[in-house]
Design a binder for this molecule. Structure first.
Ligand SMILES: [Zn+2]
Length: 256
């Protein structure tokens, strides 16, 4: 083989390899799905206590930083905030009559997302529906109650297959990251989830239906409700619960 044909072969090989390599580069949506999987894995590891709280927190910081980098466009956030208010997450309901304890249900007592041993506090609001017979249907309308996204964001994780024998407290839950607020909404106890990780949702869009899934929420003593928590990410991308009562009280409501 002469030098010329050797060079030719090497060049072709190089071209083919770079083409194959190019194909392996992930698109932004593939990358986002990977981040979603990582986000979900951290939660599972924390739940199963296969990871220390510290390393779970570090992994969380890393993945949330990447997600924010991929999503944040300061201009879109500015126009978003001006054009959309928060939407009350229960379709057909008024905040005044459905927020548990008149808004006093929230108390934050050292909540730690990464430590299963820490169980104190209820840094969330429970929003109740009229469901005396506990069949997941509104008693007057005889319909499921749509769960609406309170603000726009990207769905990071969902649970869709909760079973009554499961000890999972959140039941069928949804995590949505709002890049403009730089925070996470957690919607728990749903009967149905109609969104998927990686999917963008707009404020007011249907993301599920209110239900009774979850270790405690399934029990008869628990009236049917949505458990809604908001975690704001601090400068280090660590989650800190925040009281959403003013957002909920002033939210736009949506009719049946
Ligand atoms: Zn709750």
């Amino acid at each position: 083989m002469d030098v010329k044909s050797l060079l030719y072969r090497l060049t072709s090989l190089f071209l083919i390899m770079s083409l194959m390599g190019w194909k392996k580069v992930e698109t932004p949506s593939e990358q986002m799905l990977n981040y979603c999987q990582l986000f979900q894995k951290i939660q599972v590891d924390v739940r199963e206590q296969t990871v220390s709280p510290d390393s779970a927190a570090r992994a969380f910081q890393e993945v949330m930083r990447k997600i924010q980098q991929q999503l944040t466009h300061p201009d879109s956030c500015r126009s978003e905030q001006q054009s959309t208010a928060f939407v009350y997450p229960l379709r057909g309901y008024q905040p005044k009559y459905s927020i548990g304890g008149g808004g006093r249900g929230y108390y934050n007592k050292g909540f730690n997302l990464f430590d299963m041993e820490v169980k104190s506090g209820h840094p969330a609001h429970d929003l109740f529906i009229r469901d005396g017979n506990q069949d997941n249907l509104d008693d007057r309308m005889c319909l499921p109650v749509d769960l609406l996204a309170i603000s726009s964001g990207i769905v990071l994780a969902t649970e869709t297959n909760w079973q009554p024998e499961s000890e999972l407290r959140g039941g069928n839950f949804i995590w949505v990251y709002d890049p403009c607020l730089n925070g996470l909404f957690y919607y728990a106890h749903n009967s149905r989830v109609v969104v998927e990780p990686g999917q963008w949702v707009k404020a007011g869009e249907k993301i599920g239906e209110v239900g009774r899934t979850g270790f405690n929420a399934y029990k008869e003593r628990s009236p049917t409700h949505l458990h809604l928590m908001f975690l704001r990410l601090d400068a280090d991308f660590l989650p800190e619960p925040e009281n959403t009562i003013d957002w909920l009280r002033n939210a736009e409501t949506r009719e049946w």
